[in-house]
Write a protein that binds this ligand. Structure first.
Ligand SMILES: [Zn+2]
Ligand SMILES: [Zn+2]
Length: 200
């Protein structure tokens, strides 16, 4: 018997990466293939359209963009036909109650966002390191998409779903969820659970 997947189900297996205009697309072109290695059955695409950062999400006192407002903005501008959307920006992000965030996502929702701003070694006064920069981008993308697929934070410091207080935590983490988070992830990809609130 052949299983015919309905369109909405098929769409759930596709994730669109949407970059803001300040992102150098060459820096993230590796990401779809790298994400596929982690999420296995999900297809990742980079949108050829870049988006303009909404001025209302900018806090001029903090000189940062509010990541929660960017998630809302993504929900408005996203094209149809995908299960999840990962916004990628180059500007520094914050969320209420936090000095900065590497990213944010709607837990078991459709939108996630990451910033490249604090992932470059140069931000910490170090020499440029393409390999390190890419591994940080991948970890933050997996972490936020993990939330979008329904994963919460994990206590294991080596798990990609561990909360990063600083870049040291990010560098310590693996690119992959730990075995128990992987079981949850692949279960939730199969079944889906109800909507929840935003998660850093
Ligand atoms: Zn874990
Ligand atoms: Zn998180």
């Amino acid at each position: 018997m052949r299983l015919i997947l309905s369109k909405p189900y098929y769409n759930k297996k596709r994730v669109l990466l949407l970059c803001s205009e300040d992102v150098n697309l060459k820096e993230i072109s590796f990401l779809p293939n790298a994400l596929l290695e982690v999420f296995k059955t999900i297809a990742f695409e980079i949108s050829e359209h870049v988006f303009e950062l909404p001025s209302y999400a900018y806090n001029k006192h903090r000189k940062q963009y509010n990541s929660t407002l960017l998630l809302e903005y993504l929900s408005i501008i996203k094209p149809k036909g995908y299960g999840k959307y990962l916004g990628i920006v180059n500007v520094d992000l914050y969320a209420n109650g936090l000095n900065f965030v590497f990213g944010e996502a709607v837990l078991n929702g459709e939108e996630a966002v990451i910033s490249l701003h604090r992932l470059r070694p140069e931000f910490y006064g170090k020499a440029p390191d393409e390999k390190l920069f890419r591994s940080r981008i991948l970890k933050e993308a997996v972490h936020e998409l993990g939330h979008a697929f329904g994963l919460t934070h994990c206590k294991k410091p080596e798990c990609v779903m561990h909360f990063s207080n600083s870049i040291i935590d990010t560098d310590f983490k693996s690119n992959f969820p730990c075995s128990s988070c992987q079981i949850k992830l692949f279960n939730m990809i199969k079944t889906g659970i109800s909507k929840n609130t935003a998660y850093q």
